[in-house]
Design a protein around this ligand. Structure first.
Ligand SMILES: Cc1cc2nc3c(=O)[nH]c(=O)nc-3n(C[C@H](O)[C@H](O)[C@H](O)COP(=O)(O)OP(=O)(O)OC[C@H]3O[C@@H](n4cnc5c(N)ncnc54)[C@H](O)[C@@H]3O)c2cc1C
Length: 404
């Protein structure tokens, strides 16, 4: 068969974004392969509630998030149904130190071009009465340009736009190995009759499955899969189908976040012992069983914090896996030790638009980069042991809002 120029493995939000940006830059010799059906998202993207917060103590994350918001807004405006709602974000301070930090964050945001202001507790409650705890809030950082995405809808829109731009998609095509020849990656073997798909460059955008495929080529990817609980209420009387009409709300002092989802509310918490998970290629979905013993106490605590959850009947409870790195920055760029192989791994929905743009520009050598490539280099932890990588990455889990 013909050799593809660029072959992307994985069409979650990250792989779809890479293909989208390649075609936007005029490059149509792109093939994307995914084990999934076109309509179903079994990876992390299909489980994410889609909160998008741009302000971060790591400036590169803020740059990637800002760029993602610009892409998501443009796609949303061109779509018959909204894909991104710029409803803003409230970061609630329940401790005096957090309120002091909020004032510093306003200055930090100004330097990054992300507008923010400090609100008093009453102003915060008025913006999102169902989600802001009036008894506990001392004030809030308000970031009006943040919001919520529909991660599945966004991914479908990125795929459709990339396809219109000339990219080819092969669904139900699991990749079981990277094909190597004379010290470089020259394509992939698929699970369908071990078919060989040749390519000049192969991009792994396989989310939590990245390390398993990379290991096949003798490479260690410095990322760790971690299980994460997210729960919904059942339908709440008085709510209509409006997807979201108030800011997303975070409680950084408690590692809790929450938003409206139409007739229901949703809530996630990081306030539990981190639970790593190593995804093998046999794992069909990023969703794992929700275990009360692992998450019950943290969810119970979080539901006392968020007014909408106090009286509501709880509905779906999910446990989804996503990936963390030791410095919380994604892995974007070429594999230094293996020519022909590239990575777009360990990115959140929040940063996926920017990650796609960054990698597309690197692949096409335009020189037009959002972030210095070294900061995202996939081999930046080469000298770390597996244990140090894992412990450091997991160590960020509960304090995730200090950077994201
Ligand atoms: C419960 C939960 C809540 C979250 N909340 C948020 C949030 O609010 N905001 C936010 O920004 N992020 C959030 N995240 C994180 C975010 O969802 C992920 O970081 C992001 O979706 C990763 O996208 P991805 O494209 O890299 O991976 P995925 O979406 O997992 O996509 C990987 C794709 O690769 C394919 N694939 C894997 N292996 C192979 C193979 N061998 N051959 C072919 N195809 C393969 C899979 O089928 C899949 O389609 C959350 C995640 C979870 C689980």
């Amino acid at each position: 068969m013909a050799t593809a120029d660029i072959l992307v493995v994985g069409a979650g939000v990250v792989g779809a974004s890479v293909a989208y940006h390649l075609t936007r830059l005029g490059h149509d010799r792109v093939t994307v392969v995914d084990a999934r059906d076109r309509d179903v998202l079994p990876g992390s993207t299909g489980l994410a509630p889609g909160l998008v917060g741009q302000l971060s103590s790591t400036p590169e994350l803020a740059v990637l998030a800002k760029d993602s918001v610009a892409t998501y807004l443009a796609l949303s405006q061109a779509s018959p149904t909204p894909l991104f709602w710029q409803v803003g974000c409230l970061e609630i301070a329940t401790e005096p130190a957090r309120l002091e930090q909020a004032h510093l964050d306003v200055e930090h945001g100004r330097r990054l071009g992300i507008g923010a202001q400090v609100l008093d507790a009453a102003e915060a409650v008025a913006l999102a009465p169902a989600l802001v705890n009036a008894e506990r809030a001392l004030g809030a950082l308000h970031i009006p340009s943040d919001g919520a995405a529909d991660p599945a809808g966004l991914t479908h829109a990125l795929v459709d736009a990339a396809e219109r731009g000339g990219a080819g998609f092969r669904w139900n095509t699991p990749v079981c190995a990277l094909e190597r020849d004379q010290g470089r990656v020259v394509g992939v073997r698929t699970g369908k009759d071990a078919e060989l798909l040749r390519a000049d460059r192969v991009v792994l955008a396989t989310g939590i499955w990245g390390p398993a495929l990379a290991a096949d080529a003798g490479m260690r990817l410095p990322m760790v899969g971690v299980q994460h609980p997210y729960v919904f209420t059942t339908e709440v009387a008085g709510l209509d189908d409006t997807p979201i009409d108030t800011p997303i709300v975070r409680y950084p002092d408690h590692s809790v976040y929450t938003r409206r989802h139409g007739r229901r509310f949703g809530l996630g918490t990081y306030s539990h012992t981190p639970l790593p998970l190593t995804a093998t290629t046999a794992l069909a979905s990023a969703e794992r069983p929700f275990r009360e013993a692992d998450f019950g106490a943290a969810i119970a605590e979080a539901t006392t914090l968020v007014p909408a959850f106090r009286e509501a009947v709880q509905g779906r409870r999910l446990n989804g896996v996503f990936a963390l790195t030791p410095d919380e920055l994604p892995l974007v760029g070429p594999a230094a030790a293996l020519p022909g192989l590239w990575f777009a791994e360990a990115s959140w929905v929040t940063h996926a638009g920017g990650v796609g743009r960054q990698l597309a520009n690197m692949l096409l050598e335009t020189g037009d980069l959002l972030v210095t490539p070294e900061r995202l280099a996939p081999d930046r932890f080469t000298h770390w042991t597996d244990e140090k990588t894992r412990e450091t990455a997991l160590g960020h889990y509960q304090g995730i809002y200090d950077t994201h």
